[in-house]
Design a protein around this ligand. Structure first.
Ligand code: UT7
Length: 337
């Protein structure tokens, strides 16, 4: 008889704690309009954004992750050596090698955990949450530190008026751990590579090398195409997400979509027929679109400001470059750093 593999010691999973980091420097729309032909009024009307945070010259994704993670760990009740896996969801770490995760783990003094980066555009945190939850449920990890972080300002062409105003920098960290009952629902995810050109870094590294023009690449976005895709498709994704979790709109305590554009959020609220009393994330107003950082930053803001209650049920929907999306229903963490 062949030897069987020891069955997993799986359990359920939950978000234990959350921490956030927003860089000190606040950049107003007026400052953005110094390099693009636009106005504060246009930016606010078309996107909902009033201001954003930009990282300092000497600050990068790893630094932002460390600050957000320290806050989450501090309130989690865990010792650092209890974290056995770290996932950094990001699109803007300066190096493809080494990955940001090992650097962050080392800076935090974690005990050499499993560590890797995950890139899924603005849906990175949502993908990371699915992976973290399943690692715990499958018995491969006990406590996962997941940080969604992006340093968008470093990859923007500040003279491109289709992108310069919409993005910001920041990091949001959560600790995911075991639970007696399910507190992170199944993920509903997918992608549409046919539309991959709609959000892209250009030129590629090899094109830069071959051209000999060593200017840094920038992010380009077909805003209208992405807007249409998100506004029309993400409502369906949100409904499927509720369905697979056995949760109704009436059960929800908060809606936390990716902070891409306040108008996209409004279309989603309308198409889902959310009650006006349901708290909806609006962190975009002062944080803008921080890509992988957006959902955990918005979650932290709602908990900190008392707009959502710890332990409440929240619907999360991440979407962006790829194009890729991922949605989950989660119970909000009890500990906010
Ligand atoms: O996080 C990843 C996922 N990303 C998203 O979900 C972003 C989705 N897209 C968007 O949020 C929106 O497309 C933007 C906010 C980026 C742009 O808003 P829009 O309403 O789609 O603008 P538009 O590109 O349709 O342009 C409308 C008009 C045009 O002028 P005409 O042709 O109507 O005369 C543009 O030339 O506004 C003009 N315009 C601007 N005017 C002032 C475009 N950008 C600007 C600007 N300031 N920055």
């Amino acid at each position: 008889m062949s030897v069987s593999i020891t069955p997993s010691v799986g359990t359920h999973s939950k978000i234990i704690a959350i921490g956030a980091y927003r860089p000190e420097r606040i950049v107003t729309n007026d400052e953005i309009c110094e390099t693009i032909d636009s106005t504060d009024e246009w930016i606010q009307t078309r996107s909902g954004i009033k201001s954003r945070h930009f990282a300092a010259e000497d600050e990068n994704v790893v630094d932002m992750c460390v600050e957000a993670a320290k806050k989450a760990i501090a309130v989690s009740g865990l010792a650092v050596d209890q974290i056995d896996c770290i996932i950094i969801a990001t699109n803007s770490h300066y190096n493809q090698t080494p990955q940001a995760a090992t650097l962050v783990a080392h800076r935090l003094g974690l005990n050499k955990p499993g560590s890797f980066d995950l890139a899924a555009g603005c849906a990175g945190f949502s993908h990371g949450l699915a992976v973290a939850s399943d690692l715990i449920r499958g018995g491969s990890a006990k406590h996962v530190l997941l940080v969604g972080a992006d340093h968008m300002s470093v990859g923007l062409d500040m003279t491109d008026r289709s992108t310069a105003f919409i993005f910001g920098d920041g990091a949001g960290a959560v600790i995911v751990g075991p639970s007696d009952v399910p507190e992170i629902g199944p993920v509903v995810w997918g992608s549409d590579g046919e539309q991959s050109v709609a959000i892209r870094q250009e030129p590629t590294w090899m094109e830069i090398v071959r051209s000999g023009d060593y200017s840094r690449p920038a992010l380009h976005m077909e805003g209208q195409a992405v807007f249409r895709w998100a506004a029309f498709s993400m409502g369906k994704v949100a409904r499927q997400t509720l369905e697979v979790s056995g949760v109704t709109i009436e059960d929800l305590d908060a809606f936390i979509p990716h902070q891409a554009n306040q108008r996209i959020t409004e279309v989603l609220c309308h198409s889902l027929k959310l009650p006006e009393t349901l708290p909806v994330a609006d962190d975009i107003v002062t944080t803008a679109n921080t890509s992988s950082g957006s959902i955990p930053l918005a979650m932290e803001a709602m908990l900190r400001d008392g707009k959502a209650k710890p332990g409440g049920l929240a619907l999360l929907v991440g979407f962006g470059a790829g194009l890729a999306f991922a949605g989950q229903v989660v119970r909000l963490p009890k500990f906010v750093g």
